[in-house]
Design a protein around this ligand. Sequence first.
Ligand SMILES: CC(C)(COP(=O)(O)OP(=O)(O)OC[C@H]1O[C@@H](n2cnc3c(N)ncnc32)[C@H](O)[C@@H]1OP(=O)(O)O)[C@@H](O)C(=O)NCCC(=O)NCCS
Length: 112
Amino acid sequence: MLRFRPGTEELPPYTLGHIGYSVVSWKPRRGYATAALGLLLPIAQEEGLERVLITCKETNVASRRVIEANGGVLDRVEPMEGMPCEMRLFYWVPTACNGSTAVLNGTGAPLG
Ligand SMILES: CC(C)(COP(=O)(O)OP(=O)(O)OC[C@H]1O[C@@H](n2cnc3c(N)ncnc32)[C@H](O)[C@@H]1OP(=O)(O)O)[C@@H](O)C(=O)NCCC(=O)NCCS
């Protein structure tokens, strides 16, 4: 899902990032989230965003890897609202051509 306000990097109120994702629990670790984010970034660029903000819990290793595989650069770390012992990571991800070029076939195996 891509969330943004046209013409600006500004986020809609009450959202923590421009992009959120989840993969069904029975198809983990097939590269789907990494590929999906890689496919969404050019669309965000077409919509006028040079970079997108994506956030995740510090403990969410899978999400961190998805973001970093797509060129995410850690911007800041903040305590989570209502959970001061848990930290949220804020990444800026450039929408121009980036590290992830994954294209998947039906089995989840990368092509090429
Ligand atoms: C985060 C999520 C979308 C990842 O989906 P996915 O399709 O399994 O991710 P990928 O297959 O692209 O894997 C990306 C990396 O994370 C790793 N990974 C995936 N699941 C993992 C897990 N449970 N623990 C540790 N690493 C994990 C993969 O091995 C891969 O690492 P690599 O790049 O070194 O090979 C999925 O776990 C999910 O839906 N989680 C619940 C919702 C959520 O947390 N969304 C993000 C909110 S910020």
